[in-house]
Ligand binder design. Structure first.
Ligand code: DHB
Length: 402
């Protein structure tokens, strides 16, 4: 039976970044992914993230994975909040230590990570679906189905579950607790061949509901509308979406409709699994935690887990120090809860609730934020990334080999 040092299940941003970093240290890594390469690179049916924190951009660049992101991604030095019919700009470099964010679609990053991994001569086992994990306590063994339908096994010294929000491997942690929260809204998201509403993102609070105006390029807009959780996509023909986007932008900007490239609905929820490890098995990314999308933390959180695990495996294999692997859960949970806090804050600050009392509190908070550099700094430093920028967990303090 074949053996590797680290078996990684899932070729999303977190699994692929970890694979790059570990393989770069000469470790034997296997990446198994249930989907095809085409599916991962396009994934047209799901809302995908688009914002990289300052530290995420730095990690990718330092690891030699950021060439296209730096060339084609858009550096944004601020965002707008829109409320009471006016735009309020948050100037990130001024409110932080000179930091900014990068707008770059998750699909593009996944394409880059796949291409570069294969170019380095490594393998990704696409369409290899993991169906079980055996002998976790002794010699963790991944059981998977090959594209030809055969069931095979791979013995690993360690297994990492990076298999996304519908994770099969999450259930492998005995006694794990799952802390969850649901919100009474969903996001209707569109990607459109249309000019973005502004040169930077607009987070718009409106009595009719929240709307977000983002982009993928100067000619591709990525916009979202707060809708009730039970909303149906069929009830939203394109013209209605554009009309509603413009109503929620009233008085501050307008968008010109263009052809839709995709349209999707995503319910908002928060989830944290703890512990994130058991014996020789570790969970990371969406398999271990979900944030609501407001504030764009999900992908950054996944990349941060990958860097923590990379450093822990490096300590284990190069210094024979198991300490960082043993401390993975408490280390990771520090940045996980910080991101949960910020995502919850952004979600409740910007979405219009049904309860008028809750809405009064929310609007008071928003108006205070519009005037207070202190509150603006809280938002800005979380947005550009407290943990990946090194001020919180300090993941960047140790150099990452490129
Ligand atoms: C995007 C998504 C987000 O959730 C967000 O807060 C900002 C931007 C985006 O898809 O571009």
């Amino acid at each position: 039976m074949p053996r590797v040092q680290v078996g990684i299940v899932g070729a999303g941003p977190a699994g692929l970044l970890l694979a790059h970093l570990l393989a770069g240290e000469g470790l034997e890594v296997a990446v198994l992914e249930a989907r095809s390469r085409e599916y991962l690179e396009q994934s047209p049916h799901r809302i995908r993230a688009g914002v990289l924190e300052w530290g995420s951009k730095e990690i990718l660049a330092q690891a030699g994975l950021g060439q296209r992101m730096l060339a084609q991604g858009l550096e944004h030095r601020g965002v707008y909040l829109a409320f009471d019919g006016a735009l309020h700009r948050l100037d990130f470099p001024a409110l932080t230590e000179g930091q900014s964010i990068w707008v770059y679609g998750q699909q593009y990053l996944v394409q880059d990570l796949i291409r570069l991994y294969l170019e380095k001569g490594h393998t990704i086992h696409f369409e290899h679906e993991v169906v079980g994990l055996e002998a976790l306590e002794a010699e963790p063994t991944l059981v998977y189905r090959t594209p030809q339908g055969a069931t095979e096994r791979l013995v690993c010294e360690f297994v990492v579950g990076a298999d996304g929000s519908h994770s099969l491997l999450r259930s492998q942690i005995p006694g794990a607790q799952v802390h969850q929260k649901t919100y009474p809204f969903a996001w209707l998201g569109i990607l459109a061949q249309a000019r973005p509403a502004a040169e930077e993102l607009i987070y718009a609070s409106h009595p009719r509901g929240f709307a977000l105006f983002s982009m993928r390029s100067p000619s591709i807009a990525r916009n979202y509308l707060q809708v009730p959780v039970d909303e149906r996509l069929e009830d939203w023909p394109d013209a209605r979406i554009w009309e509603e986007l413009n109503r929620r932008l009233e008085g501050v900007a307008q968008v010109e409709p263009g052809p839709l490239l995709e349209k999707s609905l995503t319910p908002l929820r928060s989830m944290v699994v703890t512990p994130m490890q058991h014996g020789r098995f570790f969970l990371m990314g969406d398999a271990a935690h979900i944030v609501p999308p407001t504030g764009a933390k999900g992908m950054n959180l996944a990349l941060c887990d990958a860097v923590l695990l990379y450093r822990a495996f490096k300590a284990y294999y190069q210094q024979k120090d198991p300490g960082p692997l043993e401390a993975y859960t408490p280390e990771a949970l520090r940045h996980v809860w910080q991101a949960e806090l910020f995502s919850y804050f952004m979600t409740t600050l910007l979405h219009t609730p049904a309860d008028p009392f809750d809405d009064g509190l929310r609007q008071a908070h928003l108006r205070h934020l519009g005037q207070s550099p202190h509150l603006q700094r809280f938002l800005a430093e979380n947005y550009v990334g407290l943990h990946t920028s090194g001020r919180y967990v300090g993941v960047l303090r140790a150099p990452v080999r490129g």
